[in-house]
Unconditional design. Structure first.
Length: 186
């Protein structure tokens, strides 16, 4: 199935999604990678507020390249999500609804996705130019000293993504190869 979603996201909006479905995501998406996650954790540990609202938010694991003339952003391909696994359950418990990246996630993240009615969406690695075409605006909102890892607020339109983890325990990294093997056996 293909779904069209608009941020902010809710459990009700994400409940129908199943691993393998496709999503066209529009609205506000925030960016954060390794260094930004470490700073967010330090802020939370000190009782501080994050630089963006987590409730219903979508967080894209990306470190975009500098923008080209006339464009809001350069290439914007996903980074490996597993590097953020140590921070993710806490953010999901605080209201994060969606993560966008590539690669497998830990058991703790999978359990937290289910517990919180969230999703993990996959962006196509190596397709940074295609994904950048979906980004209509880009603004650094925190930690510009981190360069490409600064936290940004993006406005996206019809960003093509695939559901990798759903709120019901579905994991495309498990079901996808199993379905392929079953089809080969026929």
């Amino acid at each position: 199935m293909q779904y069209t979603l608009q941020t902010p996201l809710s459990r009700e909006m994400l409940a129908p999604l199943r691993a393998g479905d496709t999503v066209l995501l529009s609205g506000t998406v925030y960016t954060a990678r390794d260094a930004a996650h470490a700073r967010m954790a330090a802020l939370l540990d000190g009782g501080g507020a994050l630089p963006f609202p987590l409730k219903g938010a979508a967080l894209y694991y990306v470190g975009p390249t500098p923008e080209r003339p006339g464009r809001p952003i350069g290439a914007a391909g996903p980074t490996t999500a597993g590097r953020m696994d140590a921070y993710t359950p806490r953010l999901l418990d605080l209201g994060l609804a969606c993560m966008i990246g590539k690669g497998r996630r830990s058991t703790a993240v999978k359990q937290s996705v289910c517990k919180n009615g969230a999703v993990y969406l996959g962006a196509i690695g190596g397709a940074g130019a295609l994904l950048a075409a979906c980004i209509k605006s880009c603004e650094v909102i925190a930690w510009p000293d981190l360069g490409c890892e600064a936290v940004r607020r993006l406005t996206v339109e019809a960003m093509p993504l695939t559901v990798l983890l759903d709120a019901h325990g579905g994991d495309l990294y498990e079901s996808g190869p199993a379905a392929w093997l079953a089809a080969q056996a026929q």
